[in-house]
Design a protein around this ligand. Structure first.
Ligand code: PGA
Length: 250
């Protein structure tokens, strides 16, 4: 079965509900009828319900940028899987490098969140990627594989099927420095091989691996035409409807 690419917009801490609605109103007509790829928007928590409502019945899905692993409880400021689902969202990002860097999200926490997302039938996009000093030290594969092994701990092959991985080299995020298609393909192969080692070839060959890090309309096709690259996680260039639509329709 060919893997259906996923093109996802990570809006980070941008857009009020009104701005999110204005984006959806402008964006949906631009991608109407586009079936080659899955499309998903990841707004902030306050805009999630607005986005879910705006994309209802369209070819665009909505998800959160982060979700807590607990079912409920005294976790001030957090959002649970049930809350995400009750609003009508279907996806969540897990372990984005900004969460790892600024909010101390470890592989262990990523693993707990992944367990919870899968239990609730939420499609998780798990982010992995190396820092520049790790790449320069020749440790890219080691870092990515350790993140994957940590994320997948005690998750069975059966449960793992819906997982999407986003390879996002930290040095490429928000910097305008994109990995070359060769670098991305090499990392994606490392990821697929590691997943094959854990879950076997069948799960590994069905796994969708997105690339993220300064994806723009003018570099999207070079990256997305690669057989190993099954979509993109887009930050800055997803904030404008025409720019994100151009990436979707590379
Ligand atoms: P960027 O962000 O496209 O702005 O580099 C990507 C991401 O953080 O997911």
């Amino acid at each position: 079965m060919p893997r259906k690419p996923l093109i996802a917009a990570n809006w980070k801490m941008y857009k009020t509900p009104a701005e999110a609605k204005a984006f959806a109103d402008a964006f949906l007509p631009l991608v109407a009828g586009h079936t080659r790829d899955e499309i998903a928007l990841f707004p902030s928590v306050t805009s999630l319900a607005t986005v879910v409502e705006a994309v209802a019945g369209s070819n665009v899905a909505a998800g959160l940028q982060n979700m807590h692993f607990a079912e409920e409880g005294a976790y001030t400021g957090e959002t649970s899987a049930s809350m995400l689902k009750a609003v009508g969202a279907t996806h969540t990002l897990i372990g984005h490098s900004e969460r790892r860097q600024y909010f101390n999200e470890t592989d262990h926490i990523v693993n707990k969140k992944l367990h919870t997302a899968l239990k609730h039938g939420i499609i998780p996009v798990v982010c992995v990627g190396e820092h520049l000093h790790e790449r320069e030290a020749g440790r890219t594969s080691d870092v990515i594989c350790a993140q994957l092994r940590g994320a997948f701990e005690d998750i069975t092959a059966e449960a793992a099927a819906p997982i999407v991985i986003a390879y996002e080299p930290v040095w490429a995020i928000g910097t305008g420095k994109t990995a070359t298609p060769e670098m991305a393909v090499e990392a994606h192969k490392v990821i697929r091989d590691q997943v094959a080692e854990i879950y076997g070839i069948e799960i590994a060959s069905a796994l969708r691996i997105l690339y993220g890090g300064s994806v723009k309309p003018d570099n999207a096709s070079d990256l997305l035409c690669q057989e190993q690259i099954d979509g993109a996680l887009v930050g800055g260039a997803s904030l404008k409807p025409d720019s994100f639509a151009a990436i979707v329709k590379y």
